[in-house]
Design a binder for this molecule. Structure first.
Ligand code: ZN
Ligand code: ZN
Ligand code: ZN
Length: 371
């Protein structure tokens, strides 16, 4: 599912992580399940009850503590880390504690199971604990060229599925949301994704619930259908939202959609290097509020995307982090009239020194799909 990059890619990421550790006073980094681990090693840990833990000391070779039965899945990256397998009757937390030695500040990945962390904390009463994002987020949020290429390819594959939706190749009327969701999912795979992460299909009043779970609601003629879908391709995620209308578009929906489209385009254009992330949110929100729909825009404008569907940086009021070249994120304002209808329009964007570059190009209009 995930491609292993050349060893120098991981070596340079480890170097940069160490520079960040030094700057922030972190002596060791410990990463279990979650995406910081594959970012630094190419290895994806399964979310098991057995401990997998990468220990990156500030100096010396990083060590991957791993259940012996999982060790054959590890692709060795010479010079980047060594594996320390543990046997079924070993205590892996005691092993990790020993390997951490005298480290006095330890940064922990967000996705380490508390059963291991709580145990490790009790072994080390005088250790100071921090979150690994303080050292990994500054790296992971700035995508390198290979990562941008992977995001671009995944977005193009998602665009092809959106084009099939627009062309009426995905029948809607008379099918359930769940059936359409399964159809979209199969098409994401057919277009090159390794895995589907979600395929929200929400018809009519269900579209007013932003993360609606597609169910047995049958899609009728004459309603809006919100489709928000994405998957993982070569280790990087896609995420796109398009709405279509089954039959003639009523005046109120047409008017709101024009506002949404303007807000989304303004949000994409606002992604200039150096501006705070919250500016992207402020720009879309202003367009929607000025048109009188402000109370119906109930979520942040966007999220960072990469190996994970939702990661730093978040395009939300209060996030003053400056947009940097290589930031990849969604711009997805929405208008949700509770119990009546909802709409969202979403593209992925990469910030570059010469301005924002949208990765999705599928038609932005509310297309009538009469089938
Ligand atoms: Zn979401
Ligand atoms: Zn989405
Ligand atoms: Zn999204």
């Amino acid at each position: 599912m995930s491609r292993i990059a050349p060893a120098h890619v991981y070596a340079s990421r480890i170097d940069r992580v160490r520079a960040e550790m030094k700057a922030t006073g972190v002596d060791a980094l410990i990463l279990s399940v979650g995406h910081d681990l594959p970012y630094l090693t190419g290895y994806h840990a399964m979310p098991l009850e057995r401990l997998t833990l990468l220990i990156v000391p500030r100096e010396g070779m990083p060590m991957l503590v791993i259940p012996r039965l999982e060790a054959p899945r590890v692709v060795p990256v010479p010079g980047v880390f060594e594996t320390v397998p543990w046997d079924e009757t070993d205590d892996p937390v005691a092993l990790a504690h020993g390997l951490l030695g005298g480290a006095s500040c330890v940064a922990v990945g967000d996705q380490m199971w508390s059963r291991f962390l709580v145990d490790l904390i009790s072994h080390r009463p005088s250790t100071r604990w921090a979150r690994s994002v303080t050292v990994t987020a500054p790296l992971r949020t700035r995508k390198d060229q290979a990562e941008i290429d992977a995001l671009t390819a995944a977005a193009a594959a998602a665009d092809r599925v959106a084009a099939q939706l627009h062309a009426g190749q995905i029948p809607l009327v008379g099918r359930t949301e769940a059936q359409v969701s399964a159809d979209i999912s199969a098409r994401l795979i057919a277009e090159g994704h390794d895995k589907v992460n979600f395929a929200i299909v929400a018809a009519g009043e269900n579209a007013a619930s932003p993360h609606h779970h597609p169910g047995d609601r049958v899609i009728k003629r004459g309603e809006i259908v919100l489709c928000d879908f994405g998957g993982t391709m070569n280790g990087y995620c896609s995420d796109i939202t398009r709405c279509v209308h089954t039959g003639e578009i009523p005046e109120d929906i047409a008017r709101a959609y024009e506002v949404l489209k303007r807000a989304q385009a303004a949000g994409v254009a606002a992604g200039r290097v150096g501006l705070p992330c919250e500016e992207v949110d402020a720009v879309t929100r202003e367009v929607i509020a000025d048109a009188g729909y402000g109370q119906w825009f109930v979520h942040r404008t966007g999220h960072g995307i990469g190996m994970e569907e939702h990661e730093d940086p978040y395009m939300v009021s209060g996030n003053t982090e400056p947009i940097a070249a290589g930031h990849a994120y969604s711009v997805e304002p929405g208008i949700y009239v509770a119990g009546t209808w909802g709409m969202r329009l979403e593209d992925l964007v990469v910030a570059t020194d010469s301005g924002p570059r949208a990765l999705n190009h599928a038609d932005h209009d509310l297309i009538v799909v009469d089938c």
